[in-house]
Design a protein around this ligand. Structure first.
Ligand code: TRP
Length: 441
């Protein structure tokens, strides 16, 4: 029915329309799928008791996460602005400044430490290319690597330079085109590695640990961690979706796109979990210390998997190359968002905005790199720098940004207006997910 109408009214634009939505979904998926899925999700799931974390994560994704994605995208499309501008459309008092800026600052703080982890990926890729798969699989390899501040800074700088080059050099669309091919490849390879991992002797314990919730293991920290991870992985509460929303036409089906992105993003996270968590049980006997290893988990576990398999070097090279691309597209999107917020709001040129970001990168990324080495003695709230920035953005600022968006929708814009915006392009089938609003009303 829909397509008939389209054929009658605008025969030549139907294809453009389709690729418009596809392009949008791919862009959002490109920024959603990254280190968050492959590096961050598995280590949090391992740390917070597997099944319980997964369950809470899934529940939050289909409820709160869904509501936020739709709201941010619709607000972006309604106002045609990035977060600060979008909030300013509705008011200019302090709460509006705060709401906009808290959303806009998060990517500026994430991108530096994201590039540090990106640097770790480049390092591992380089080592696989050099044929050092057994070296990487040694027990204390990663610990030694992150304690070596000089080398860490170098790999961080390399990855960050790559991201800046892409953003400044305008080859962004090229990278995105390549990543459209790499993304399906990543899924296929992850499926193969996960199949290998879960069939190792002893791995079944890990599969159970990851998939079966154990109520005894529930704690509020599980909820906080799962919520932070959901924000992080779906790129919520950091202005990105406002910005993307401002780029799409009134005909792009927001509900359908959101569902697709959520399914895709979650599928990759679960696959990564299946690659890594069962391997902890198969290769380290479910050692609780390894399970709670935190940010290093992927880097200490996967090399053991690759070392034990035939063609491990080739698998290692391809895997880290694919992860590198996924990380690049996310980092590009983070940097772009940061730069464009600075340009728009401070009325400065792009090169100037880039310079500011170089400075932020140097300070935040630099301290993140050194935090496990020369600055080992310095702890913020008991955390190393990288862990602290991660905690600050994910557990404090993103929830504030999310609440700001909720308050904006509920108290200022009004749900009816949001609903009308979504219904411009499709029925709003899941509007009942706005229960807070129903209670409030
Ligand atoms: N979602 C990305 C990932 O999973 C990381 C990320 C967080 C991001 N916020 C973002 C990417 C904003 C792009 C834009 O790795």
């Amino acid at each position: 029915m829909n397509s008939d109408r389209r054929k009658q009214n605008e025969p030549s634009s139907s294809r453009g329309r389709f690729s418009g939505r596809l392009g949008y979904v791919l862009a959002v998926a490109g920024s959603a799928v990254g280190l968050g899925n492959i590096w961050r999700f598995p280590y949090l799931a391992a740390k917070y008791d597997g099944g319980m974390f997964l369950l809470v994560y899934l529940l939050l994704t289909v409820t709160f996460g869904y509501v936020l994605i739709v709201s941010e995208t619709a607000l972006g499309r309604m106002t045609g602005k990035s977060p600060v501008g979008a909030f300013h459309t509705f008011g200019r008092t302090l709460p509006f400044h705060f709401g906009g800026w808290v959303n806009a600052v998060v990517p500026m703080l994430i991108v530096p430490y994201y590039c540090v982890i990106g640097g770790w990926v480049v390092k591992y890729l380089a080592e696989y290319i050099a044929g050092n798969k057994a070296v990487l699989a040694a027990d204390d390899y990663f610990g030694g690597f992150i304690a070596n501040s000089g080398s860490l800074l170098l790999w961080f700088a390399l990855f960050a330079a790559l991201v800046f080059l892409v953003v400044l050099g305008g080859v962004k669309s090229g990278v995105e085109r390549v990543s459209k091919i790499m993304m399906p490849m990543l899924i296929v390879l992850a499926l193969m590695v996960a199949a290998y991992s879960v069939t190792r002797p002893g791995a079944m314990e890990g599969v159970k640990y990851f998939l079966i919730p154990n109520l005894e293991n529930f704690s509020w920290m599980t909820v906080v961690a799962a919520m932070g991870q959901m924000f992080y992985s779906l790129s919520i509460a950091m202005g990105v979706l406002y910005t993307y929303g401002s780029y799409i036409g009134k005909d792009v089906d927001i509900e359908k796109s959101t569902t697709e992105v959520e399914v895709f993003d979650t599928a990759i996270a679960i696959l990564a979990g299946l690659m890594i968590i069962p391997a902890v049980f198969a290769f380290s006997g479910g050692d609780p210390d390894t399970l709670k290893a935190g940010p290093s988990l992927m880097f200490i576990t996967l090399p053991k998997v690759f070392d034990s398999m035939g063609m491990g070097t080739a698998v290692g090279i391809v895997f880290f190359l694919l992860v590198l691309f996924a990380a690049l597209t996310s980092a590009i999107s983070l940097l772009e968002t940061s730069v464009s917020s600075l340009c728009d709001e401070l009325h400065i040129s792009r090169p100037k905005a880039c310079l500011i970001m170089v400075a932020v990168m140097a300070v935040v990324g630099g301290t993140s790199s050194l935090g496990y080495g020369v600055l080992d003695g310095v702890k913020l709230l008991g955390m190393a720098f990288l862990d602290f920035y991660d905690f600050l953005t994910n557990s404090i600022m993103m929830p504030m940004g999310a609440i700001a968006t909720c308050v904006l929708v509920l108290k200022v814009v009004g749900f009816e207006k949001l609903q009308a915006e979504v219904e411009l392009s499709s029925a709003f089938r899941r509007n009942r997910l706005y229960p807070v609003y129903q209670i409030y009303r």
